[in-house]
Design a protein around this ligand. Structure first.
Ligand code: HEC
Ligand code: HEC
Length: 152
């Protein structure tokens, strides 16, 4: 009997708690990149942007900016066993493929040691590099690149 009372009490508590939790889901008036959807709402995904095909690379805006990718990457696998990007961009193959060599930072560990192969923290290229697309900025931005990088 005691067990039954306890069960009833626990479920009553759970139901009240869930109801309160549902009522208090509220974006707090913030408009984020997700738009004004509430937290418990799933918005439809944005349309995929069209990748600009094999055009000249977009100039970088600052020295440590990961350059955007000026070519298609559909079907280029990067996983435990293979890294398609390194087939062209590694120091070994860059000369024959005409691809830009990955820079020295890609060989450095987080403790500043330089390895003889790409550092694990630089292995998943698409974590930092994205394909070029004609996309409008998501938020207003007044950033101006410095002249020394060749911008007018
Ligand atoms: C078949 C060879 C090949 C493969 C595979 C390849 N790339 Fe490239 N990539 C190139 C070449 C060639 C260029 C230079 C294009 C140019 O300068 O016009 C380039 C340019 C780039 C650049 C711009 C470099 C700069 O200095 O602006 C980035 C970033 C890049 N690739 C990233 C990637 C990533 C990430 C992958 C894997 C998802 C990849 N590439 C796979 C050949 C390749
Ligand atoms: C953690 C972020 C990060 C990852 C992961 C990463 N990169 Fe980069 N990459 C950068 C940054 C930042 C730069 C700009 C130059 C620099 O700081 O080294 C860069 C520069 C480059 C360049 C231009 C090199 C030059 O001399 O200007 C190429 C090509 C490139 N990356 C390819 C790759 C490839 C291929 C991979 C995957 C094997 C990769 N990157 C993984 C951040 C990253």
């Amino acid at each position: 009997m005691k067990l039954l009372t306890l069960l009833v009490a626990v479920s009553a508590f759970a139901i009240t708690f869930i109801t309160i939790a549902q009522e208090t889901v509220n974006p707090g008036g913030l408009a984020t990149i997700r738009g004004a959807a509430t937290i418990d709402e799933t918005r439809p995904a944005e349309k995929l942007k069209r990748v600009i095909k094999d055009k000249n690379p977009i100039a970088r805006n600052y020295v440590h900016q990961p350059p955007v990718i000026p070519h298609q990457i559909r079907g280029y696998r990067v996983d435990l066993n293979s890294n398609k990007c390194l087939n062209c961009h590694s120091w070994k193959y860059a000369a024959e493929t005409g691809a830009t060599k990955i820079s020295l930072t890609h060989y450095e560990t987080r403790d500043g040691k330089t390895l003889s192969d790409v550092s694990p923290r630089r292995y998943f290229c698409l974590q930092c590099h994205v394909t070029q697309a004609d996309a409008a900025p998501l938020v207003d931005n007044t950033f101006e690149p410095v002249e020394s990088l060749g911008h007018e």
